[in-house]
Design a protein around this ligand. Structure first.
Ligand code: ATP
Ligand code: MG
Length: 596
C-alpha cells in the first residue's frame, strides 16, 4: 500500500488546538489523525483510522487465539435488560438515554454484560455448551462527567469487550487466566510500557479484578508498587493492613480540655504541645482523629450523610472513596445540611455525636488504622473543646471501617512486612473481572449440569479500549518533535521523502515506494512538488511519526539514500539498489506478523 502525501486526506497543523490538555491530543490533531466534533466525540481521519484498525487487529488476533468468538451487538439498546440488573438507575447521568417515536426508552450501550448474558441464555441450555468466550469490538457511549484529553476519555469510544461463561469457579478461573495471558500478549505487541495492578470492581460487581495501566504522567489513575514484593494495586484497591489491637488498661479516662482557636490540625497540635504535653514524645497530627462529614449521592438522586474518621495526618481521597462506593458519588456536606444536624458542633465534631445509634444518626466509618485500643485526641462536640485519651473500642465504637484515607509513598505494603509503597500514574487500558454470578442471577442464566440440575452460570468480563490505546500509545512514545509510533501500530512502515527538485529524485523515490509496496510494506510517500520544501516534508514526517524515514535527495547523485530511525534519530546511508532489501529487513525484523 502506498499513501501519497499529494493525495492523502491530511492537513498537518503548525498550531496546537486550543482545547488540547495533553501532548498526545495536541499531536494527534496536529498530525492529522483525529478531528473533534463535540466534547469527547471525534472523527477518525485516514491516518488515525489506520492506527486504530491495527490495534483492533492485534486484539482480534489474540482473542481468536484463545478461542473467543467475535460477534457484534447494536449500540442502541432496549431499557429492560438494564433495568433487570438495576444499571439503568445505577448509571445515573453516565449513560445516554433516548426514546423512540412511541415513547419507549432506549440507551446507547456503555458496556454489554446484559446483552451477552441474554444471548447465551437465548441459545444455550447445557453444561456441554460451556465454557464459552465471546466478544465484540464495538462503539460504546458514556456521558463522561469530564471528557478529556481527546480520545483518551471519549463520550463515544471503541471497546473490545469479551465475556466468559463457565459452569463453576474453577472454569471461571481458567477463562480469566486465558484472558489475562491474551491481554499480556496484546499489550506486549502494542509496544509500550504497562503494569498490571489489582483493581476494585466498581459498578460491575463481582470479585477479583485487575487493570492494565499504561505508564503515563497524564494518567488519571494512581497505582502503587511495593519496593520489596510484587504487590501492585490501583490506589483505589489498596486495603490498608490494620495494626494489631492495643491494650489500653493503663490509659486514663478520656478527658475534655479547653482548646480555643484551634481550627486546624496544626493549630490543635501546637496547642496540645504547649498546654497538655505528653510525657513520651511531642503530639503529632497522627495522634488526632479527624472527622470529615460528607454526603453520598445515590444514583436515584437521594443524599445521605456520612462521617469518616481518620488520623489527622491523612486526607480523604475522594477517588479512592468513590472506588469503594461506586455507583454512589461523594460530595462535600453543604453548610445547610450541616446546620440541619443540631447535634453536631461544627469544628469540634467527635465520635460521641456520630454513628447510627447517636443523636445525629449519621453513619460513622473509620480508617482501618483506628483499631481497638488506639488513643485519640478528637472533637469533644462542645465548642472550643477537644477530648484527649479517647480510646477506640472503649469510649466509642464506629459503625465500620472504610478505605478512604490517601495512600502515600512510604506507607507500609499491605502484602509483605518489609516493603513500602511507591506511587506512579497511569492510564487504564484494560480491565479484567471475575464477575461471578451477578448478571447470570439477575437475568436468570442457568444451564443443566451433569446431574440434570439447573445451575447458575458464572461469568467473566474483559474490556480493552482500542481508541484510548491510540492516545495512550501516542502519549507513551511521543517526543518533542512529534508522534513516534511503535512499529506494530504505525499507520505505515516506511515514510519516504522525495527531497529536491530533480525529476530523478522523484523517479527513484517512486520506484522505491513501488518495490516496498510490492513486498507488502506499507509506505507513505511524500511526493509533493511545487512549494512544499524538503524542510516542510521532514517536519511532517517527524510529526506523523512512522518509525522509519527514508530521504531520497542530494545523495542520489552518488547513488545513495538516507534511512533514519525516527526514535533514535540514527541515520544510515545506503546504496539505492540495496535500500528496498534493507528496509524490508528492518520492518520485518521487528514485526511479529506478516502483512495482509
Ligand atoms: P475509567 O476508570 O478510565 O473511566 P472504566 O473503569 O470506566 O475506565 P471499563 O468500564 O472497565 O473502564 O472499560 C473497559 C475499557 O474501556 C477501559 O479499560 C478503557 O480502555 C476503555 N474505556 C472506558 N471508558 C472509556 C472512555 N470514556 N473513552 C475511551 N476508552 C474508554
Ligand atoms: Mg469510566
Amino acid at each position: 500500500m502506498i499513501l501519497r502525501m499529494s493525495q492523502l486526506f491530511v492537513r498537518t497543523l503548525r498550531d496546537d488546538p486550543n482545547d488540547a490538555e495533553v501532548p498526545s491530543h495536541r499531536l494527534l490533531v496536529r498530525a492529522g489523525y483525529i478531528r473533534r466534533n463535540a466534547p469527547g466525540i471525534y472523527t477518525w481521519l485516514p491516518l488515525g483510522l489506520k492506527v486504530l484498525r491495527r490495534i483492533e487487529d492485534i486484539i482480534r488476533e489474540e482473542m481468536n487465539a484463545i478461542g473467543a468468538q467475535e460477534m457484534l451487538f447494536p449500540a442502541l439498546l432496549p431499557k429492560a435488560p438494564y433495568e433487570a440488573t438495576n444499571r439503568w438507575t445505577e448509571y445515573g447521568d453516565g449513560i445516554f438515554r433516548l426514546q423512540d417515536r412511541k415513547g419507549d426508552d432506549y440507551l446507547l450501550g456503555p458496556t454489554h454484560e446484559e446483552m451477552f448474558t441474554l444471548v447465551v441464555k437465548d441459545l444455550y441450555s447445557s453444561y456441554k455448551d460451556l465454557p464459552l468466550s465471546i466478544y465484540q469490538i464495538q462503539t460504546k457511549y458514556r456521558d463522561e462527567a469530564r471528557p478529556r484529553a481527546g480520545i483518551l476519555r471519549g463520550r463515544e469510544f471503541i471497546m473490545k469487550d469479551s465475556y466468559s461463561f463457565d459452569i463453576d469457579d474453577a472454569g471461571l478461573e481458567r477463562s480469566y487466566q486465558a484472558h489475562r495471558e491474551a491481554y499480556i500478549r496484546i499489550f506486549d505487541r502494542l509496544g509500550f510500557e504497562y503494569v498490571i495492578v489489582k483493581a476494585t470492581s466498581g459498578a460491575m460487581g463481582g470479585s477479583g479484578s485487575e487493570e492494565f495501566l499504561a505508564k503515563a504522567e497524564v494518567g488519571e489513575d494512581t497505582y502503587v508498587r511495593c519496593t520489596h514484593c510484587d504487590y501492585a494495586a490501583n490506589v483505589e484497591a489498596v486495603a490498608v493492613r490494620p495494626p494489631a489491637a492495643l491494650a489500653y488498661d493503663d490509659v486514663p479516662a478520656a478527658h475534655a480540655e479547653e482548646t480555643p482557636d484551634t481550627p486546624t490540625i496544626d493549630t490543635l497540635v501546637a496547642l496540645l504541645n504547649e498546654k497538655y504535653p505528653r510525657g513520651d514524645r511531642p503530639w503529632a497530627a497522627g495522634d488526632t482523629l479527624k472527622n470529615v462529614l460528607l454526603v453520598l449521592k445515590h444514583p436515584d438522586g437521594s443524599r445521605e450523610p456520612l462521617a469518616i474518621g481518620l488520623p489527622g495526618d491523612r486526607e480523604v481521597d475522594q477517588k479512592r472513596l468513590e472506588g469503594q462506593l461506586e455507583p454512589i458519588e461523594v460530595d462535600a456536606m453543604t453548610e445547610a445540611e450541616l446546620t440541619a444536624h443540631s447535634a453536631l458542633v461544627k469544628g469540634y465534631i467527635g465520635p460521641d455525636a456520630l454513628g447510627e445509634k447517636s443523636a445525629s444518626g449519621i453513619r460513622y466509618l473509620v480508617d482501618p488504622r483506628v483499631v481497638e485500643g488506639t488513643r485519640w485526641v478528637t472533637g469533644a462536640n462542645l465548642s472550643g473543646q477537644h477530648v484527649i485519651d479517647l480510646v477506640a473500642g472503649r469510649d466509642f465504637t464506629p459503625d465500620g471501617t472504610i478505605e478512604a484515607a490517601d495512600v502515600r509513598d512510604g506507607d507500609d505494603c499491605p502484602n509483605c512486612t518489609e516493603g513500602t509503597l511507591e506511587s506512579a500514574r497511569g492510564i487504564e487500558m484494560g480491565h479484567i473481572f471475575q464477575l461471578g454470578r451477578k448478571y447470570a442471577d439477575a437475568l436468570d442464566l442457568k444451564v443443566l449440569d451433569e446431574n440434570g440440575k439447573l445451575v447458575t452460570v458464572t461469568m467473566g468480563s474483559y474490556g480493552v479500549g482500542p481508541s484510548r490505546a491510540v492516545a495512550a500509545i501516542a502519549e507513551n512514545t511521543l517526543d518533542e518533535i512529534g508522534l513516534c509510533w511503535p512499529r506494530e501500530v504505525s499507520p505505515a512502515d516506511v515514510h519516504i521523502v522525495a527531497a529536491g527538485k530533480d525529476p530523478a529524485i522523484f523517479e527513484a523515490a517512486a520506484q522505491l515506494a513501488d518495490d516496498l509496496s510490492a513486498q507488502g510494506i506499507d509506505v507513505i510517500y511524500d511526493d509533493r512538488t511545487g512549494k512544499v520544501s524538503p524542510g516542510v516534508k521532514f517536519k511532517d514526517a517527524e510529526l506523523i511519526g512512522v518509525p522509519t524515514i527514508v530521504t531520497v535527495g542530494r545523495g542520489l547523485a552518488d547513488g545513495t539514500v538516507d534511512i533514519k530511525d525516527r526514535r533514535t534519530g540514527d541515520k544510515t546511508e545506503v546504496a539505492v539498489g540495496d535500500a528496498a532489501a534493507r528496509l524490508v529487513e528492518t520492518v520485518r525484523g521487528r514485526r511479529h506478523h506478516s502483512p495482509g
